[in-house]
Design a protein around this ligand. Structure first.
Ligand SMILES: [Ca+2]
Ligand SMILES: [Ca+2]
Ligand SMILES: [Ca+2]
Length: 271
């Protein structure tokens, strides 16, 4: 049978609008349970991944609990005074060093994130090999920018030791890394510093260069104090307590036998 109408020679320009019918699927019928599921545990069992929080006493991000990682997250994003990218709590330095305030966010230099972590995944302690990853924004093609890495083992009176200097291989977001070994004999809190600087005529490698495009960000983290928390030491303490208890029992047994005028028996099990 032939169609009654001739198709039009000009197709319509606009497709028909979307379907107007409601979906036919049945709506959810179940009532939610009265009792919620088991509440979450109070403390996460894996404490190794720490996100830093701003410490107003130090003026910088700090990881207060012991772990193998200390991550600033977004706490150091941008630079103090930077147009469009004001660093929260800038300058984020544990001393009086200040950021430069020239330029604009993600056109000029900034350190946006710093992650400090042990190379072997164990908790921070004296002797740990530590990796510092600095996420930076490099100006232009990055060829005029340098990242200087520092550490201090005295956060209350910081003297910064230079670890190394890295240059970005391109412009924009880059991750620059350096490693150092946590010295022994320092305090339970330690700190690292990243300086990201625009190199001009006076750009010495100093812990606070003070250039107009320079960003300085510190991270404070906490060491595990060895002897107190390791599993072996718990076992040793338990073993020593039991040994002392057994010696006391032996002595008591000995005195009782002497008092009762009984023969002394060597190596008797006091239990
Ligand atoms: Ca800063
Ligand atoms: Ca400061
Ligand atoms: Ca920064």
């Amino acid at each position: 049978m032939a169609p009654s109408q001739k198709p039009t020679s000009i197709p319509t320009l606009v497709p028909t609008p979307a379907l107007t019918q409601k979906p036919t699927a049945t709506p959810p019928t179940q009532k939610p349970s009265n009792k919620p599921t088991i509440p979450p545990t109070k403390n996460p069992t894996n404490t190794s991944g720490n996100t830093a929080s701003y410490d107003s006493q130090f003026g910088a991000p700090k990881c207060s609990s012991v772990g193998s990682v200390c991550d600033t997250g977004t706490l150091v994003n941008g630079r103090a005074g930077l147009s469009g990218g004001q660093e929260p709590n800038g300058s984020n330095t544990i001393d009086t060093c200040n950021d430069g305030s020239s330029g604009s966010y993600h056109s000029d230099e900034s350190i946006d994130r710093v992650v400090v972590k042990t190379a072997d995944g164990s908790d921070f302690k004296a002797g740990s090999l530590v990796t510092i990853d600095a996420t930076v924004y490099a100006y232009d093609d990055g060829s005029s920018d340098y990242a200087d890495f520092y550490y201090t083992s005295d956060v209350n009176n910081p003297v910064w030791s230079h670890i190394g200097t890295k240059q970005p291989t391109g412009g924009g977001i880059q991750i620059l890394s350096s490693q150092y070994v946590v010295p022994s004999g320092g305090s339970v809190t330690q700190a690292v510093r990243v300086v990201f600087k625009y190199v001009d005529s006076n750009s010495a490698t100093v812990a606070c260069p003070g250039g107009a495009y320079d960003d300085v960000d510190d991270v404070v983290f906490t060491l595990s104090m060895g002897g107190v928390v390791s599993g072996h030491d718990h076992i040793n303490v338990a073993w020593m307590k039991r040994s002392i208890h057994l010696i006391h029992l032996h002595r008591k047994n000995l005195f009782l036998r002497i008092a009762a005028n009984m023969p002394l028996i060597a190596d008797e099990d006091p239990n």
